[in-house]
Design a protein around this ligand. Structure first.
Ligand SMILES: [Zn+2]
Length: 276
């Protein structure tokens, strides 16, 4: 490991976050963001348990939400094969304001749409298709809600309840590829009936090789969670430790930063940023 042969590298006895020996090998720039030339592990600073804990908590927010998550998905960057694939446009979709929201400008108003980006044109604009969506007739007209593949009855009921859509009547559904209409019916009909009662609906399917519609200005809103911001702070801190091996990260000056990074259990409040 290149990091271990640096002559001026400070040796510390404990993980910078806990009392374990600092035996972990960390991809300080998350492996899920891709592989990069000349990038080496951060060694001698973090223990394996802390590294594993980060990987199962704040690192997930970094790779599945916000600018990082959407860019990663649009560019087709895949992490380790053993990691579960998640569509960032459906991540935490049961929340009323999930981490990634898509809007179309309609007469000056922002209208939520349930699309997902599937690629990028040479000029940087995104190619999108409609997501996996259920359309419900309600007293206020037709309403759409995301219905990610794999949701069970409880998740669908809870998401519909959050949106005040439990009394709605299903009128149609849209299934994006690679899932087929037959697969949708087999996987989801009983779940939809359990939540909304008996129904017959039309199920629509997008063809990715079909004609492309004109470019429409679309807003992506990223509802940044504290866990996402902590992940960014962690990457910055660990990059610093990797780039400056003579600094161990064990000095009290780093205490506030470490407390911030470790506070993943505190209540969620969201701040918002917008981008095109
Ligand atoms: Zn530790």
């Amino acid at each position: 490991m290149a990091g271990d042969t640096q002559p001026n590298k400070k040796v510390i006895a404990n993980c910078v976050y806990c009392s374990n020996p600092p035996n972990g090998q960390e991809h300080w720039l998350n492996r899920s963001l891709g592989t990069f030339a000349w990038n080496t592990f951060l060694t001698g600073r973090i223990c394996t348990p802390c590294n594993v804990t980060f990987g199962g908590t704040i690192d997930l927010e970094l790779v599945r939400t916000a600018h990082t998550g959407v860019t990663r998905q649009v560019l087709g960057i895949e992490g380790r094969a053993s990691h579960e694939r998640k569509n960032v446009f459906e991540y935490k979709a049961s929340q009323k304001e999930p981490p990634v929201q898509v809007f179309r400008v309609d007469d000056g108003n922002l209208k939520p749409v349930f699309e997902q980006a599937v690629g990028r044109n040479p000029d940087g604009t995104l190619i999108a298709t409609q997501g996996r969506v259920l359309v419900l007739a309600t007293a206020d007209g037709e309403q759409q809600m995301r219905f990610p593949r794999g949701w069970d009855e409880h998740q669908l009921r809870s998401a519909a309840e959050t949106r005040g859509l439990l009394g709605g009547r299903p009128v149609s559904a849209h299934v994006p590829p690679p899932e087929t209409v037959d697969e949708f019916v087999a996987a989801s009909r009983d779940i939809i009936r359990a939540v909304f009662g008996p129904f017959e609906i039309d199920v629509y399917h997008s063809r990715l090789d079909g004609p492309v519609a004109p470019v429409e200005p679309t807003l992506l809103r990223f509802n940044l969670s504290p866990a996402f911001l902590r992940a960014v702070a962690k990457v910055a801190f660990h990059y610093f430790l990797w780039a400056c091996p003579q600094i161990g990260g064990d000095k009290p000056e780093f205490s506030d930063l470490k407390v911030y990074i470790l506070a993943w259990a505190s209540p969620r409040t969201s701040s918002t940023s917008r981008t095109h």
